[in-house]
Design a protein around this ligand. Structure first.
Ligand code: FAD
Length: 459
């Protein structure tokens, strides 16, 4: 049995782990990065953000090809070569994961393949090899939740299986109307499936702004996606010709499907690490608790990303990765999750950060709302955009922006201006006085601010 020693060991090479390893190497640390899978990049690159966005891009082209029919341009019915589409998606993933390996090499980060588990506060077993370390960062991510009592059946997929593009089912049921479920619905509806989304709560897209969700929901339904909210799946039966879902709630009865995607959330991967041997506790949800410097209860062990709970998003993991590397290297750093943006890359996109009106109300925070409907945006209309909305939540006295929600084309890109505004403590006046190029979708943030200030002339 071989034994190795390292200064800083990072367990998990997702967007949290590799960002942490590279930042620590830049700070002069001797770093080892361990991952159980063959390719670096974690869930995000291999079976999450990147492959889903590649397929969403294809879905958007299919949708736009159809819509341009209304502009007098006929592109005909798209022919889908599923093998070629799968290859294209895989090639994009391979290019990015190879890029991460190259960056690791250039930064002299040692990469070790294997599953790690703690054997003590300063030691790990990695596939039978012993690693001792001064400091460790846990970045082991999360895994899809599988609902109990469902049959084992190759027609029942989680998000990873769904992204493999095994086939295009005629009838596809998606259980869970959160961001991942809605992105899968957008992809498969464009590829030709009859999609039904079943969501337990009263609205899709979790805790997003209700007005924006109404717009998204209407658009998804226009794309042929059936949405049942306030509905619980009681059981699933795997019959020969079809899968049968029995539901109760707002939709009551049975649904037949040729495939089902379970998109009911993700569970933090804290339990597989034997973390108690390092003196660490892991809660029932698999989450490892941290402070704002990403330190766990064991001061020389840090944790970042999905394994520390929600929001389970790549950019949160990356920011935490940088902070953990800096704090571990005795630099002052901290991270807050108040302004982590959330984006559903659906058609249209839905993006939000900071407080929604509903959250401000529930927390008893005084707020006002500034909004601008995209029906009055020249750029939106002239680029074939549908219904959309830009909504800002602000402090009544100071006008300081507390939250932003955007639903419409490219909402995810547009939100960044609002996040920066909030980070800088900007007010509605700041937003309105910064000259926005015309015609752009970004004008809608300035227009929302002007509308609340009474200076808008575009409506
Ligand atoms: P992960 O990316 O989960 O990486 C953890 C790594 O740790 C894995 O490679 C795993 O092999 C390794 N590991 C686990 N246990 C061990 C062990 N014991 N030993 C060694 N290695 C181990 N987020 C966004 O921000 N934007 C998106 O558009 C987006 N889209 C998504 C789409 C889908 C379909 C899914 C599933 C997720 C999506 N996410 C998105 C979420 C995003 O992928 C995660 O938040 C992000 O990957 C978390 O990063 P992480 O570094 O915490 O862990």
């Amino acid at each position: 049995m071989s034994e190795y020693t390292t200064d800083l060991i990072v367990i998990g090479a997702g967007p949290g782990g590799y960002a942490c390893a590279f930042r620590a190497a830049d700070l002069g640390r001797q770093v080892t990065l361990v991952d159980a899978r063959a390719e670096l990049g974690g869930v995000c690159l291999n079976e999450g953000c990147i492959p889903s966005k590649a397929l969403l891009h294809a879905a958007e082209i299919i949708r736009e090809a159809d819509e341009i029919g209304g502009w007098g341009i006929s592109l005909g019915t798209p022919e889908i070569d599923l093998d070629a589409l799968r290859d294209k998606k895989s090639a994009i993933v391979a290019k990015l994961t190879a890029g991460i390996s190259g960056i690791a090499k250039r930064r002299k980060v040692r990469v070790v393949r294997g599953a790690a588990r703690f054997t003590g506060p300063n030691s790990l077993d990695v596939d039978g090899e012993t690693w001792t370390f001064k400091q460790a960062v846990i970045a082991t991510g999360s895994s899809p939740i599988h609902l109990p009592g469902w049959p084992e059946d190759e027609r029942i997929w989680d998000s990873s299986a769904a992204l493999e593009l095994r086939n295009i089912p005629k009838r596809l049921a998606i259980v869970g109307g959160g961001i991942i479920g809605l992105e899968m619905a957008t992809i498969y509806a464009a590829l030709g499936s009859q999609v039904t989304v079943i969501e337990l709560f009263d609205q899709i897209a979790g805790n997003a702004d209700a007005d924006a969700v109404r717009i998204l929901s209407a658009s998804l339904q226009e794309q042929g996606i059936v949405i049942h909210t306030a509905t619980k799946v009681l059981s699933v039966e795997a019959g020969k010709p079809a899968l049968t879902l029995t539901c109760e709630g707002a939709f009551q009865g049975e649904l037949q499907a040729d495939a089902i995607i379970q998109a009911v959330g993700r569970r933090a991967n804290g339990h597989a690490l034997e973390a108690e041997k390092a003196g660490l506790s892991v809660n029932e949800q698999g989450v490892i608790a941290i402070d704002t410097g990403c330190r766990t209860e064991v001061p020389h062990i840090f944790a970042i990303g999905d394994v520390t709970g929600g929001p389970m998003l790549a950019h949160r993991a990356t920011r935490q990765g940088h902070v953990a590397a800096e704090v571990a290297s005795e630099h002052a750093a901290a991270v807050s999750t108040d302004l982590i943006p959330s984006v559903a890359y659906t058609s249209p996109e839905l993006a939000w950060a900071g407080l929604t009106a509903e959250a401000a109300k529930a927390a008893g925070i005084g707020y006002k709302v500034a909004s601008f409907p995209w029906a009055a945006s020249g750029r939106n209309l002239s680029s074939g955009g549908g219904d959309g909305l830009t909504k800002l939540v602000y402090e009544p006295d100071s006008g300081r922006i507390l939250g932003a929600t955007i639903v419409g084309k490219n909402a995810g890109e547009l939100l960044s201006e609002c996040v920066l505004a909030m980070e800088m403590g900007a007010t509605l006046e700041d937003m309105s006085l910064a000259v926005h190029a015309h015609p752009t979708l970004s004008e809608t943030t300035a227009f929302a601010a002007e509308r609340a200030l009474g200076t808008l002339t575009d409506m």
